[in-house]
Design a protein around this ligand. Structure first.
Ligand code: ATP
Length: 251
């Protein structure tokens, strides 16, 4: 896959907060359309920084980020906001939903922000999205009446509603029990397999990574390895190896 045909392409991306040591150091990554990629590494290795740079939430200090061929550096602040709103979906660990809105309204929010008119068509899209995550019957409920796993499923419906080019998920299952987490990961997997979506998942969890097509490993801001079709044991071994490498360097 060339960079041009990719959903997401990072080329030599570095980022330092306030001129300190690089949190991300010359990372290159090409994610083809219809692929599910896990970004892994220990706490502080730069996973969230990679996601923030890739999603246009943070401007890297060096390197190029392209989403669907658009070089994010060519966009001014308003253009970057539009890109995040129209072409990218987000699922975070928590605080995903607006508590003042019901579930259906939460799902329609990205469409409304993108200029769609309220009405039957919009509600139909929200309900179809909710049905896909098994929550059509909770459409008129408020988020606080939902369990953590149900809220994350609503967040996934919302992240997918505008058919984004890339969905960025930052530890979306960290607060969930293993069974509920598996349900949420299965939904992301289905979005890739059945709807051709592209998902970048930040996680420290080898079980979560085993749902993806490819795991990439960060250590001290650098990309130190990757695994195709990762399984749990392979991911644990790779994480152990990169930690060992780090210790060897630190000594
Ligand atoms: N806003 C910030 N200002 C200054 N330094 C930051 C900021 N955010 C992150 N860092 C630093 O950048 C480095 C990478 O952090 P990052 O949050 O990307 O790691 P992570 O792998 O996502 O960690 P975790 O798994 O704990 O969330 C760390 O050294 C961190 O302290």
């Amino acid at each position: 896959m060339t960079e041009n045909g990719a959903a997401l392409a990072l080329d030599g991306v570095s980022h330092s907060y306030g001129g300190g040591a690089p949190a991300l150091d010359a990372v290159s990554l090409v994610v083809p359309r219809g692929r599910f990629v896990a970004v892994m590494g220990r706490s502080g290795s730069g996973k969230s920084t990679l996601l923030r740079c890739a999603a246009g939430l943070e401007r890297p200090t060096a390197g190029t980020v392209r989403i669907g061929g658009t070089d994010l550096a060519t966009l001014k602040s308003a253009g970057l906001t539009r890109l995040r709103r129209d072409r990218v979906g987000f699922v975070f660990q928590s605080l995903n939903l607006v508590s003042a809105l019901n579930v259906r309204e939460n799902v329609t929010l990205p469409l409304l922000l993108a200029g769609a008119r309220e009405g039957r068509e919009l509600d139909g899209r929200a309900l179809a999205g909710l049905a896909a995550v098994g929550l059509a019957d909770r459409a008129e409920d408020v988020p606080e009446n939902l369990s953590g796993g149900q809220r994350q499923r609503v967040a996934i419906a919302r992240a997918l509603v505008n058919e984004p080019e890339v969905v960025f998920a930052d530890e979306p299952t960290a607060a969930l029990d293993p069974v509920t987490a598996a349900g949420v990961l299965a939904l992301l997997r289905r979005a890739v397999d059945e709807r051709g979506r592209t998902v970048v998942l930040v996680t420290h969890d080898p079980v979560a990574a085993a749902w993806t097509d490819e795991a990439v490993f960060l250590e001290s801001g650098r990309m130190v390895g990757r695994l195709d079709r990762p399984d749990e044991a392979g991911v644990r071994a790779a994480l152990g190896a990169s930690a060992g490498q780090h210790l060897a360097v630190a000594r």
